[in-house]
Design a protein around this ligand. Structure first.
Ligand code: ADP
Ligand code: MG
Length: 634
């Protein structure tokens, strides 16, 4: 046999990973048991799946995971009667990191000092955790496939591994012999230690785990147990088993349904977004069981993606055991389950929002980013939009700074028929936003949108309970004028007839100066604190939405807009003075360009601030000169 030994070196990222795992001080070393048991359980699931699909496989092995300790040899052996591995599988599964995020995991793990416990399981690098306690590992495996040869994979976890053909006395499965290192023998080399660890981390594995000759895990499919018999701790334990999350879930949802489809479901809402690094977006879906047999992990048809933060299992009696994963996709029953599950989850969230504002705020902080993608779910539009929350110009302690459409409507003015919103960079930026001035003065609430998706949400919904959703910058000035002004400004002297005429001339002049850069320059009554604002001539898209579209089309040009001028602003009054003395004074051109570009800057359109900054410096230089002249005169 020895002549077939082949030596292979590890890929660079595996060596790195092993180095991190071995030297990680903060990681709970016992989790290597959890990882190996979970792999064994996966292998058994896969075997069962193959057998149900292919009755010719005539398999009479008992599905089982066994652990034993040899104190003298200082080894722990964990074996399963699962699917086993072929030579190719051994090389690709144990010699490379398959999971896409794993290279990033290595990088992040190296930077982070906190525990890697939960990351290891989630990132599909579990097998290597065994090297936290081992000098050497010997994997003996035989694939269930016809004619597959048994193999030994052996490695000290440093530079590479060896593969040798062998003979075994089992039909298929894997046996992993762990040579426990000096440092860890006292801790792990006993059956009782292993039993404790399994109870802590692997209690919900659905195959018997036997240590020595005692079956350790006793719990059966929790989701099938009657609710009243289950303790809160059991739910939590199961959740942690399922997700590797170290926190308890923020909410648990356990129910069974008989019509139109029979199914049991146990769902959890995690406290935090489990995709910490935002690069594991495919890692979602519910585990689908048929009569307690796992059919598919992370099935993505049971819930819409906007609820992908929900974790859990679904178990139905109504599907055949031998259903193939391909036909699951467009299976009618799955569609019906999904419809029911979606309603249940939304209903549960509605209840949470009503009963516990604080908890709901926590949910919103963790999952709203994903949840907002639900604007495409037209079937559940009403309930879904009730669950949306926004920051707004009204800062309320009671609502933790989050406002729902319903609350907005409660606070709305008499006769108000619209809900106003504005896309802003921050609360502070909102205070300087010229479009929002009139809302401040009239005391009309404005919802603040911070993320591009918010605008898609508003555009798609269009209205809520007969209130139209309107972007503040598009709000009709006449409509707004009807509301009483509550915050009065010191109004400047109104212009006399001649001045009014001159102002109109000045406005024409400004359009001449700006040329094609603007569609039109016109006076506006809507502004008071700001000298001007830019609006889209057709009133179609908001400028933020326009920016998103332009970014998608890689369009960098600055679109011409209508510039509205505030004739009451001191800046415009001074310009008027200058204009009346000399309509061609270059100060007018300078100021007009400056006003236009500053407004572009506020709207987020100005990519190149060179001209603007040059002009500011020019203006400052002149202002400095005028100022010192004045000083000298006094
Ligand atoms: P993950 O389980 O997330 O895929 P691991 O590092 O834990 O990552 O395991 C890598 C791969 O090795 C598994 O996906 C599986 O294909 C294979 N493997 C590990 N242990 C076993 C086993 N006991 N039986 C069969 N295959 C196994
Ligand atoms: Mg694993």
């Amino acid at each position: 046999m020895a002549e077939t030994t082949e030596k292979i070196e590890f890929k660079a990222e595996i060596s790195q990973l092993l180095d991190i795992l071995v030297h990680s001080l903060y990681t709970n070393r016992e989790i290597f048991v959890r990882e190996l048991v979970s792999n064994a359980s996966d292998a058994l699931d896969k075997m069962r799946f193959e057998v149900t699909r292919n009755p010719d496989l005539a398999d009479d092995t008992e599905p089982e995971i066994k652990l034993s300790v040899d104190e003298e040899a200082k080894t722990i052996t964990i074996s399963d009667t699962g699917i086993g591995m072929t030579r190719d599988e051994v090389v690709s599964n144990l010699g490379t990191i398959a999971h896409s995020g794993s290279a990033e995991f290595v990088k992040l793990a190296a930077e982070k000092s906190e525990s890697l416990d939960s990351l290891i399981g989630r990132f599909g690098v579990g097998f290597y955790s065994v090297y936290m306690v081992a000098d050497k590992v010997k994997v003996t495996t035989k694939s269930y496939q016809d004619g597959a040869k048994a193999l030994i994979w052996e490695s000290d976890g440093k530079t590479g591994y060896e593969i040798t053909e062998t003979e075994v006395d089992f039909a298929h499965g894997t046996s992993i012999e762990i040579f426990v290192n000096e440092e860890n023998t006292s801790r792990f080399l006993s059956e009782s230690a292993l039993k404790d660890i399994i109870k802590r981390h692997s209690n919900f594995v659905s195959f018997p785990i036997v240590v020595g000759d005692e079956r350790v895990n006793t719990v059966t499919a929790l989701w099938r147990e009657p609710k009243f018999q289950i303790k809160q701790e059991q739910y939590e334990e199961f959740y942690k088993f399922l997700t590797y999350d170290s926190d308890a879930p923020i909410d648990t949802l356990h129910f069974s349904v008989d019509a139109p489809v029979q199914f049991n479901s146990l769902l959890f809402i995690p406290k935090k977004d489990l995709d910490i690094f935002g690069m594991d977006r495919e890692n979602w879906g519910l585990d689908l069981y048929v009569r307690r047999v796992l059919i598919e992990r992370q099935n993505k048809n049971l819930l819409p993606q906007y609820l992908s933060f929900v974790k859990g299992v679904v178990d139905t009696e109504d599907l055949p055991l031998n259903i193939s994963r391909e036909t699951l996709q467009d299976n009618l029953l799955i569609g019906k389950i999904s419809t029911t599950l979606t309603k249940q989850v939304l209903g549960q969230l509605e209840k949470m929002a009503k009963d516990d504002t604080e908890k709901y705020a926590e949910f919103w902080a963790a999952h709203s980013k994903i949840f907002k993608a639900g604007y495409t779910d037209f079937l559940n539009k009403d309930l879904w939009s009730k669950l949306l929350r926004f920051e707004s110009s009204v800062e309320s302690e009671e609502t933790k700074g989050l406002v729902s459409f319903e609350e907005y409507i409660e606070r709305a003015k008499d006769d108000q028929k619209e809900i106003y919103y504005a896309y802003v960079a921050s609360r502070e930026a909102a205070k300087l936003n010229p479009h929002l001035e009139i809302f401040r003065h009239k005391g009309i609430e404005v919802l603040y949108l911070y993320e591009p998706i918010d605008e898609f949400v508003m555009e798609t919904l269009g209205e809520f309970n007969e209130f139209k959703l309107v972007a503040a910058e598009h709000a009709n000035t006449e409509t707004l004028d009807k509301f009483e002004t509550i915050e009065k400004e010191d109004e400047p002297e109104p212009l006399n007839e001649e001045q009014t005429h001159d102002m109109e001339e000045l406005v024409k002049k400004m359009k001449e100066i700006l040329g094609d850069k603007v569609v039109e320059v016109k006076m506006s009554n809507r502004l008071s604190d700001s000298p001007c604002r830019l609006v889209n001539p057709d009133g179609g898209m908001t400028s933020s939405m326009e920016k998103i579209m332009r970014a998608m089309n890689k369009d960098n040009s600055i679109p011409p807009k209508t510039m509205e001028i505030n004739g009451k602003h001191p800046l415009l009054r001074s310009l008027l003075n200058v204009f009346e003395k000399n309509p061609d004074d270059d100060f007018i051109a300078l100021s007009t360009r400056q006003l236009h570009e500053s407004a572009l800057l506020l709207e987020g359109y100005l990519d190149d601030p060179h001209a603007l900054v040059g002009r500011i410096q020019d203006l400052l230089t002149r202002a400095g000169g005028w100022y010192s002249e004045l000083e000298n005169k006094n």
